[in-house]
Write a protein that binds this ligand. Structure first.
Ligand code: CS2
Ligand code: MN
Length: 358
């Protein structure tokens, strides 16, 4: 594995490349052109400038999170062909700049959903949290307003203000879209982009829906083992793979995370590792990465990645807000640095035990 940290770019992130460079074992960043809109072509010049900036700080671009997919592609509208052409052009430009991993998602309207961005824990840290009761009591527009007013001044990925403007129309458009339609539209998209991925050896890594069940009545498909295997089989190409995000699949307690990882050998192109603490099956919060702080056995998760021979980029996912830091919720420096160090420690111990046959 290759330890990385997500970085949103100088204009959007409170964390600097110089700081990231000092986290032991972190050699690369996962980044994006955060000011581009879904459907836009990423120019080769801008990709190169981003790469040069990262490399000047002694790091590498280990992959992109995300090249967002336009809603018309998810909806299967006639305009999708032009939008997919643009996506292909972006992939080609990334490939020509020697970038080979692209994370994306296929969630209608919203990216991840949380009901609190700063729930206070007993130790004084704050974390993102979710309760089903709160979602059930909200209409989607209110969710947008509460998320955007509570972000320490940053724009949260997936909750960009221009989405808000269209939220009502989008819900209308998704009214008749079923899970089957969404699978079909994903298949169409993947079939069209695979040739450029083959040509430039680009690993596409779909991020799971978070939480891993339908919210606000919208269809959601990347939620469990059965569905991801269906997705990989319907376009059976090694470049069609997944981002294994323990915190997103883990929202559904029926998902056996180490078992899912083992079943995805060769198709996990990117890993997000984080822990959740369940207070009830419908109330969870994003704990520290350490197993005993949450509900998951992080050793088993990292061990499964080790056992399948995972060599791709990995990153600590959302961290808690600690030590007075002010940053984009989930994306401060301190707790993610602790997370990276902890995952590195688990990996070293697992690797050495394996090598020494203990
Ligand atoms: C991320 C997602 O911050 C997060 O929760 O894991 O927003 C992820 O970047 C996207 O879903 C991938 O497209
Ligand atoms: Mn994730």
């Amino acid at each position: 594995m290759e330890m990385t940290l997500r970085w949103y770019g100088k204009e959007f992130d409170t964390v600097t490349l110089e700081q990231i460079r000092q986290i032991p074992g972190v050699k690369g960043v996962i980044t994006t052109l955060y000011d581009t809109k879904p459907g836009e072509v990423w120019s080769r010049e801008r990709i190169k400038a981003m790469k040069d900036e990262v490399e000047a700080a002694g790091l590498k671009v280990a992959g992109i999170e995300s090249v967002n997919v336009h809603e018309d592609i998810k909806l299967g509208k006639p305009s999708r062909d032009q939008l997919i052409d643009n996506y292909i052009e972006t992939l080609k430009n990334l490939g020509e700049e020697d970038i080979h991993m692209v994370c994306y998602n296929f969630m209608p309207v919203f990216d991840w959903t949380r009901t609190e961005l700063a729930r206070k824990r007993a130790d004084g840290s704050t974390v993102l949290a979710y309760t089903q009761e709160a979602v059930d009591a909200l209409v989607p527009e209110e969710m947008f307003n509460s998320i955007s007013s509570d972000t320490n001044g940053s724009i949260m990925p997936g909750w960009e203000p221009d989405r808000l403007a269209h939220v009502k129309e989008l819900f209308e458009e998704y009214k008749d879209i079923t899970d089957e339609d969404l699978f079909e539209n994903l298949k169409y998209f993947l079939e069209r982009i695979m040739p450029v991925c083959d040509k430039y050896d680009i690993n596409m890594a779909i991020h799971p829906d978070d939480p891993a069940w339908p919210v606000f009545g919208l269809p959601r498909i990347i939620i469990n083992k059965e569905n991801i295997h269906r997705m990989m089989k319907m376009v059976d190409n090694p470049h069609n793979g997944v981002t294994f995000c323990s915190g997103s699949y883990g929202t559904n307690l029926e998902n056996d995370l180490p078992d899912m990882i083992r079943s995805l050998k060769g198709r996990i192109h990117f890993a997000h590792v984080r822990n959740l603490k369940f207070n009830s099956p419908t109330d969870f919060e994003e704990a520290a990465h350490l197993s005993s702080d949450g509900s998951f056995d992080m050793y088993e998760i990292v061990k499964a990645l080790y056992d399948i021979g995972f060599t791709g980029p990995i990153r600590p996912d959302h961290g808690r807000m600690i030590w007075g830091e002010k940053a984009m919720p989930g994306y401060g420096l301190y707790d993610r640095a602790l997370g990276a160090t902890y995952i590195n420690g688990l990996w070293e111990a697992i690797e050495k035990s394996h090598e020494r046959g203990v």
